[in-house]
Design a protein around this ligand. Structure first.
Ligand code: DAH
Length: 351
């Protein structure tokens, strides 16, 4: 191997050993730079004779070309390696499962409310919604709770430190019962001319589900909870009808014809007589246990008057039940707070 061959293999070795493009350029400079080894050889030609210059010059040029070719090859290899590494780093793993779109579902309490609406709907009941911020008159006075009467404290009401345009104190409704009054008054206004001339008025048959609020919080009480009011007013609607309708509803809701109901005497200012409604399952873990599901009663004459109707002519019953409680019983959940924590691990079970 002559000195030029050695030079080529030295260059090849250095190029191959250069770990980065910058070091490769440094290596190049050591051979082709201003005082690089090839450049020095070319400078050396000056001292040679004309003929020697010709042959030696050609040899050196060839050497230079071989080194340049080696450099180009190494540069290309390096670029390819770099691209390869980059591709590896940015690799798209097509075997990874795609990001799933979450499938939403109805909240279990919303399911219950839909169920209540559809069962009562099949019995000819309308569905009404009303405001959650109520007036003192609607929440209490119209429902036969005299002002300052201790019965008002049956409900631990959230009062709003504000009055409406009529100067009425406001509260977060502690029950859906104000909807009896709102709906019945609108109904009475719609049939004002029939009422004025003593003609029959279509019956009032409505349920009013919605959010209600009380200062109360434990495993079975939440400061925000749901109620569903029911009202049936006609000329001949009695407690017997309440029993038939509510029994039918409960048996449909729990899909059991063996479900037992008990109407236990109770007190509510807006009904007389009043009853608490208990149910007992014929099977399952709660079999035979009486469970309270609603308050009810024959609407008090004072309340009928506040509907804008004549209690001598328009009579009927009302009830108020807790869709949260019904949901707990239907699905066997024993902590009400789970419904309102918003934990998807819990809620997804009802999808
Ligand atoms: N509003 C009552 C409560 O929240 C429930 C209730 C009882 C509603 C009797 C009624 C009824 O309509 O007749 O405790």
């Amino acid at each position: 191997m002559n000195d030029l061959d050695q030079l080529v293999s030295a260059a090849l070795a250095e190029f191959t050993a250069a770990p980065t493009p910058a070091e490769l350029e440094n290596a190049k400079a050591r051979f082709m730079g201003k005082s690089g080894r090839v450049t020095e050889l070319l400078k050396g030609l000056a001292a040679l004779s004309h003929d020697e210059k010709k042959t030696r010059g050609a040899e050196i040029n060839q050497t230079k070309q071989r080194i340049e070719a080696a450099l180009a090859a190494r540069r290309q290899a390096m670029a390819a390696e770099q691209l390869e590494a980059q591709l590896r780093a940015e690799a798209l793993d097509v075997s990874l499962p795609g990001r799933q779109r979450g499938v939403g579902g109805l909240h279990p309490v919303s399911r219950t409310i839909e169920r209540i609406e559809s069962i009562f709907g099949s019995m000819g009941f309308d569905v009404a919604e009303g405001p959650e911020i109520e007036t003192d008159w609607m929440s209490f006075t119209a429902l036969n709770n005299p002002e300052n009467h201790p019965a008002r404290s049956m409900q631990d009401t959230f009062y709003v430190d504000m009055k409406d345009e009529q100067g009425q104190w406001l509260n977060l409704r502690p029950h859906t019962s104000p909807m009896q009054v709102r709906y019945a008054r609108a109904h009475a206004a719609r049939y004002a001319s029939e009422l004025a001339t003593g003609q029959p008025m279509p019956e009032i048959r409505v349920i009013a589900p919605g959010r209600t609020y009380r200062v109360d919080s434990d495993a079975t009480h939440s400061p925000m909870f749901h109620q569903c009011e029911g009202l049936w007013i006609g000329e001949n609607v009695s407690f017997k009808d309440l029993k038939v309708v509510f029994t039918d509803f409960c048996r449909k809701f729990f899909e059991s014809d063996e479900l037992q109901l008990r109407f236990r005497p109770s007190f509510f200012p807006f009904t007389e007589p009043s009853a608490e409604i208990d149910i007992a399952f014929a099977s399952g873990p709660l079999k035979g246990q009486w469970l309270e599901v609603a308050g009810s009663g024959q609407v008090h004459p004072n309340v009928v008057r506040n509907y804008g109707l004549d209690p001598e002519r328009h009579i009927g019953f009302a009830f108020g039940m807790g869709p949260d409680r019904l949901t707990m019983l239907r699905y066997g959940v024993n902590d009400l707070r789970l419904f309102f924590d918003g934990d998807l691990r819990f809620l997804q079970q009802f999808r």
